[in-house]
Design a protein around this ligand. Structure first.
Ligand SMILES: [Zn+2]
Length: 266
């Protein structure tokens, strides 16, 4: 076997894909050729680093691992033997991507730690909303009729919910569902606005639930706003209830949606 052949068989050799006779020829060549032996060693080290990086990364980045493994698999099965240099560059890039993903998840964790000052109320409301989105929006009572939805919620939760009047063709009432916030029944009304789900949660909770939120005044009315884990929350008081509008839409869009409906007593 000559050097150019050895380079051609290098990856197949490391992948244990050579038949016995070729494998022995290859081994014989690198036992006597320091240059090719070194290429094999470099390739082995790169592979070990990649495997090591994949193993030690946080489990929160399955997409990156999967994507990289997928690319490697495609590369192997494509039938086209990439040139040594491009293959090596590719593997080195994989190591870099995995390391970068690790750094990203580190900063994501730091970000989560920095959001600990959000109130428990916001945490519960946002968590419940995300749960709702993950479940693919199960609606217990589907109706675009505000009175019918209010009546259903009264029966189910014993909460007298006053629904905002929906304006504009891009907003529509979808229905309602039962849910619980801190063990208490809560009314969960679902709207769709610009194709995005918006929930309106009505709960009887302590007034200090809103104290860590920013207060803003709009058209002479007070709203409490917050943004947590990519979800906006705009709350207002009406009678003895706190209403919280929750969505991926921004707070201004939500306030606009609510304008003229909130009648907070505080
Ligand atoms: Zn050689």
């Amino acid at each position: 076997m000559i050097c150019s052949e050895a380079r051609e068989y290098l990856f197949a050799f490391l992948d244990n894909e050579l038949d016995a006779s070729l494998s022995m020829d290859f081994q014989h060549h690198i036992d006597h050729c320091a240059v090719c032996a070194r290429e094999v060693e470099i390739e082995r080290v790169i592979r070990e680093q990649l495997v090591c990086a994949l193993k030690t990364q946080d489990s929160e980045i399955p997409f990156n691992k999967h994507a990289i493994k997928q690319i490697i698999r495609q590369n192997k099965t494509s039938g086209v033997q990439p040139r040594l240099v491009s293959r090596r560059t590719f593997l080195a890039a994989c190591v870099a991507v995995v390391v970068a993903a690790g750094i990203t998840s580190y900063f994501a964790i730091q970000y989560l730690n920095s959001t600990r000052d959000h109130s428990k109320f916001i945490d519960l409301v946002v968590t419940d909303f995300k749960h709702f989105l993950r479940e693919d929006q199960p609606i217990h009572f589907a109706s675009s009729n505000a009175n019918a939805v209010s009546d259903w919620l009264m029966q189910q939760t014993n909460i007298e919910v006053i629904l905002p009047s929906v304006k504009g063709k891009h907003c529509k009432l979808i229905g309602a569902r039962r849910c619980k916030i801190e063990g208490q029944a809560a009314a969960f009304v679902v709207y769709e606005m610009q194709g995005t789900p918006v929930s309106l949660l009505a709960v009887t909770v302590r007034n200090d639930a809103l104290k860590q939120m920013n207060q803003i005044e709009y058209n002479g009315r007070i709203h409490w706003v917050d943004h947590f884990k990519d979800i906006s929350v705009v709350a207002y008081r009406r009678n003895n209830l706190i209403y919280a509008m929750v969505s991926k839409l921004n707070k201004d869009e939500l306030i606009h949606f609510l304008s003229g409906t909130a009648d907070e007593s505080n």
